[in-house]
Structures are given as structure tokens and as C-alpha cells.
Design a protein. Sequence first.
Lengths: 227, 419
Amino acid sequence: MRKKGEPIMRLENVSKVYTMGEEKVYALNGINLDIHEGDLASVLGPSGSGKSTLLNMLGLLDPPSAGSIFLDGIETTRLSEKGLAGVRGKKIGFIFQMFNLIPSLTVLQNVMLPAVIYESDPVKTRQKATEILGKIGMGDRLSHFPNQLSGGQRQRVAIARSLINDPEIILADEPTGNLDSKTGAEVLGMFKKLNDEGKTIIIVTHDLHVAKITKRTIRVVDGKILK
Amino acid sequence: MLTQQDRAKCDDMKTADVISYSVNSLSHRQTRFWLTILGVVIGIASVVALLTLGQAFNAEVGKQLSSLNGNTIYVVPIAESALQSGSVSPSMGYSSKLTENDAQRLKKIPEITDISRVIERRATVSYKDVNLTTTIDGIEPAVFQKVSSIEVAEGRFLLDSDHHALGIGGTAAESMFGTDKPVAVNSYIAINGVKYRVIGILKKTGGTFGSDLDNGMFVTYSDAQEIFANSIGRNEMDTIALAVPEDADMKGAVESIKAEMDASHKVKPDERDYSVIDPEFIAQSVGAVLGLITVFLGAIAGISLIVGGLAISTSMFTSVIERTQEIGVLKAVGATSSDIMKIFLFEAGALGLAGGVMGTALGLALVFIGGYFGLPVQVDVGIAAFGVMFAFVVGLLSGYFPAQRAARLSPVEAFRYDK
């Protein structure tokens, strides 16, 4: 259990090594990182710097080759595949560059999905999803399918989906990468607002404009965090 | 905070949610859905139609067999071992002899009500310049009529007192000597050069088992003895037909007959040079052949089912590849590998099930259409249920490997795909 003042997420000496033939490539090399409650951080770095690998570690999508990752005081590297899936569903909200909505589900169903997997009460889930979608201006698109929405609308739905389980951390991978500048600015405004409401948000980007709105910038170069 | 419940969670998605997700997914890809299940529909339709027809034929044959006087037992001069092993049929020739002595002994068995001796041999017959060789049955008219449900269409049936008279089957009369030379009552047919007057033409039975009455030519037993004097002894015969009452113990009667025959021929049970053919033996032999044909046809239809299964498998593999990122999202938002497995497995099973339901309906429709054209119709709920369940299982099996592949994808691999 996390003690007061301790970070929500802590990475201790985390490395990720890929073997290419006989050569070992360090995508991450001995990273130490604390994410505190209420952080609004951007992870910046050029292509191949390791920022996507870092996002995978933070999202518990990929196990580290070495080191420990603590989420809410629990060492996640000791969790089973099922346990990890549960923690991801409940504690982490994901937002992707390509939105990654499920094409066969409506807007409402897409938003409800993480809660449905988490065995929540379907009536409450529906109410909550409708409420969140209303707040982000998608209340009149509940029964639309993703292919009937614009890029900006899809990203709003993705944001709503990331919020449905009240996660501890929201991880966004290039969330404005596929949006025009105006829509991108709107989406960033939403992140700012969510952070003001207390959400911890980490945005992986190579866009310096995005980094400007965050409280903290984590620079990754050659698999290491620049101090 | 990570609660105990969180850690313990991750039970899998509820079945209802898996079903709902899969149904959504399938209904979103309707064109592929229909194309995929087409193979299963055709496969199951063929299996159901062929099995149903096979069963209807069996029932029809059973009906025909029962119309062939289910109370008649035949004794033929063919070794029992040869007949049972299927290495000979009664029409292939005889390995021993039945004698008047046998007939007299059998007559004494209490269960036997009538006994009819038959000489059945091939002879040359001539009618209006047409010569051919055919089988002539020498019968005892009065008893033969009792043991073989004969009806006369024209003229009358033979009498025991008839001499050089002949009864002819309906089909034989119509076409044996050519359709332009039908045989009429009171015309003459020469058998081995001796003229026989046609005294009656039999009604067609349509039956194809047992003695073929429709294609037969019948003379009295004494005339047959005269015709075949060179090839069969005065006291010999080719078949003894025995009638037992309807309520008689058929097995008991067969045992008594065998006991008498063993004593008469002085043979042990494993050396029997004759065979006793009871209705059950005929039914079993015919049933075995029909069963084999049904299985054979079912197996051919099964091949199209395998093709249908492959179609499901291919479609599911394609689906897994297309939906790689979707699998990544599902895993990111908390779905376990077993959830993913269930989703894809259910989709494959649903494809099979839908194909099975439609295929069974189509198969039965084909059977009814066949019925319209004279094929026997008999719907068996068991076959229909088997069709549906079989298709479901084919779907599940075909979907197993694609589903396993989907479940094993790591979220990172899934997101990296297509990027």
C-alpha cells in the first residue's frame, strides 16, 4: 500500500533490452522515475530515444528486463498476466495517437468497454459513460460508430474511455499527432482541465508545443532520462 | 489504491459480455460473415439431406421388407458359413441339395403352417421370335400364394392342377420380350421348346427385395420338374419356403428348422451345407448395406464440411490480423488473454452455429423438395440437432488456433503492428 507522499508510480533501475542477433540493444537503460499524484508530465525525445518503451513500462504493457515498477505501492513485476490486466484496467487510462476505438462498438459502448471488462454494474457504467461523454461534448453522438466521427471527436471518445474507471494515471501517446492544430489545442485543453481536477497525466510526444502546457518535462535520450 | 479485490480480480469477462462483444463484432462484418458461413451451410445442408434421405430409404426398405411376408422362412442349399460371410448370394448357384426328405421332415415342425417347394433355374424361353434365357420358378401355387402376397392383374394365378401353364410378372409381361411385344393372357411362350399358355399376369409390386415377382415367370412345381429333369433330381428342389403364423416364435421356429435339417443332412452346426433365411436375416443384410451407403454419402458430404471449417479458420486468422490493434486495446483496457480467447472462439463457434442452423434448414428444405419428386421424406429431429451441433463444433475447432494466436499477442506487439 502506498504511504502518504509516496509517488503513485515509481520506476527503479528499469531497463529494457532487446537482443538483435548477438547484439544487445538497450531501449531503456537503468531508468529511475517517480510520478506523483497530480503530475502533468510530458515525455519528450527524438524517434528511437526509448520514449515509447518507457510508455509501455508505465502502462504495464511490457515487462522490464530488469528493475522494478511500483504502482500504488505494489510491485507490478510480481503480478500475473491476469493481475496485470486487472491493474491496467482499473488504474491506468490509455489514449493513443490513432485513437484505437473499437470499430464495431458505438461511442457509448467504446467508453463503457474498460468498465464492462472490470465487471462493473452495467446500469451505473452506462450512466457514468453518458455523463462523461456529455461533459466532453459528445452527448449527442452516443450511438454513432467511430467511422462516423471526425478525428477530434474520436480522440474525445478515447479520452472519455480512459476516464471511465477513474484511473490513477492517464497515459497519452502522441494524443494530438493525428489532429489539426485547432483540435489538438482543444484536446490539450481537456488534459489541462482534467489535471486541474486532480488527474495524473503523462503525455508522450515529440511536439514541443505539447510540452509547453505540462508542468514537468521528462526528456529521454538513448534510453536514459536526462537530468 | 490497489485493493485486495483489484488484485484478486481479474476473473475473466462475464460470458454475457463476451457474447455481446462477439455478436457486435460479427454483425459489423456482415459481408464476411455470410461468405464465411456459406461453406458450412452447404456442408451441413448436404450432410443433413443425405442422412435424412438415407434414413428415409432405410424406413422405406423396412416397409417393403415387411410387406414381403414377414412370416416366411426360406431354406436354401447354400452353406451357412458362406452365406454369413457374404462370399456368396443365393443367386450364385447352389453348393448342396435340398430333398423331398428335407421337405417332409420340415412339414412336421409344429410352428410351420405351410410349406412350399420351389425349383428356380434358368431356361431358354421364346415368344414371337424372341429367344432369351431367364429364370423360371417352379412353385406350388396354392401355398406359394400364401407365402408371397401375390395379386393378379389379368387372368388368374396358377392352380396346382395346371399343366403347361405359366404366370408372368407385370414388368416381364410388359417388356421382357421388348415393349412392342407385350405378353398377353392366353398367348404362348415356349420354355426349352415346349409351349406354355400364359394363364395370368401379376400385379406389379414395385418391391425389389426377396423374389422378384415383377420380373418372374412361374410354372407349377411338377412342370418345373419336367423342364429341369436333366439338371435336378426327381426328389430335389432349390428352395423350401416355410410359413409360420404371425404370432409364432420366429427364433424358436428357426431353431427347430435347423435341428431338423442338421439331422436330415447329418451335419454339425458348424458344417451346415444349407442356410435358413428368416426375415430378420434379410432385414439385417439389407440394413447393413444401406447403412454403409448412408455413411459413405455422409462422408462425402463431410468433405464439404471440412472445406467450410477451413473457411472459418481462414476468416478468423484474417480477422485476428485485421484486429491486431483492437486486441492491443482490449488488453490495454484490462482484458485478459483468456477473455480474448473466448471472444474469438465464440465468434468462430457462432459462425459455425449460424451455418449449422441455416444448413440444416436448407438440407431439410432439399429433402422436402425431393419428396415433391417422389423421394421418401422422413424428418428426424436427431439428425437436425446433430447438424447444428456438429457445425458448432466444427466452428469451435476451426477457430481454436486463430483464437489462441489472438490471445497470445502481447499488447506491445499488437500496438506495434501496422505502425
